[in-house]
Design a protein around this ligand. Sequence first.
Ligand code: ATP
Length: 350
Amino acid sequence: MAEIQIKGVGKSFGSFTALHSIDLTIADQEFMVLLGASGCGKTTLLRIIAGLESPTRGEVWIGGKRVDQLPPRDRGIAMVFQNYAVFPHLTVYENIAFGLRMKKLPQPEVDTRVRRTAELMHIEQLLKRYSGQLSGGQRQRVAVARALAMEPDVILMDEPLSNLDALLRLEMRAELKGVLANSKTTTIYVTHDQVEAMSLADRISVMNGGRIVQAASPVEVYRNPAARFVGSFIGNPPMNFLPAEKHGDGRYHVAGLSLAGPPGAAQKLEFAIRPEDLAIAPGGLKAIARVIEPLGAHTLVTSEVGGALFRAVLDSDIRIAPGDELSLVPKPDRIRWFDPETSSALKAVP
Ligand code: ATP
């Protein structure tokens, strides 16, 4: 059992607060991704869990044991960090075997595990090479293989695929997912790449300014962002937002459209819709097309609605020219509402 509990963890560097009281529980064998823009505190949180950084306040528990006072080696974790410390003077084989030898595993067991993980990471042909002679991407794969070979209860990864080219990254992403799904490991994985996060995670913790804004499944984070930030950070292109105001008839008016908002909500709200949840049909939002980008499978139309930029992902057969007036109808069950004061989501209309 390796449930991880982070209780009220905060971190300050001098007067700068990198993490504000973080509370998060990661279930045994869960794959949790920490996602956020550069500087939001993902790496700091991971380093605190690893024991490479001590929290200013709060506690870290792994497998029912408080570990925040323990050195990294006593926490039952394996790590793959951006600066993957692969020893250049050792062969790939010896790098992968390193931790296993420290654990004094018998040679046949070491050999089996080294070969198996090397195969998984497609580096079996490199086993005899010195790590100093490898490319960045190859070294990164050695680091992942070394961590996997330990068969740890917990594996912590900080952008482990960042040095790979796009195609290899895609391939490795799928493989990592397969490998970790079949292991009994609890994984925490840091990335700023939302596609990677969506594809790998059981749950994503979206971070902003040293806080976790939402921790939920990829689908939930995408469909029901808990805050405006999440909707604007996740999705490419991101969610559209427009101001909405309640009129005398009790309905919310949004750029020519009249909608029943959430019952009992404030006078002013923010209406939100994802670009792919729009269709061209009469009686919709009044938009003027500005930029049309055919992307093959779809066409991305950037338009102006009430002076704001508004994006729609439409069928690629649609013929539109810049300057055309459009009427964009949102899918009713995909409309979301946010409180403009707090930026928090309001409950969707059933
Ligand atoms: P990235 O994706 O760029 O690695 P991140 O989300 O992982 O970003 P962190 O590395 O956790 O961000 O850093 C969070 C904030 O804390 C940043 O503003 C960073 O400058 C600051 N910070 C991190 N380590 C230190 C340190 N040792 N001293 C002072 N400030 C630090």
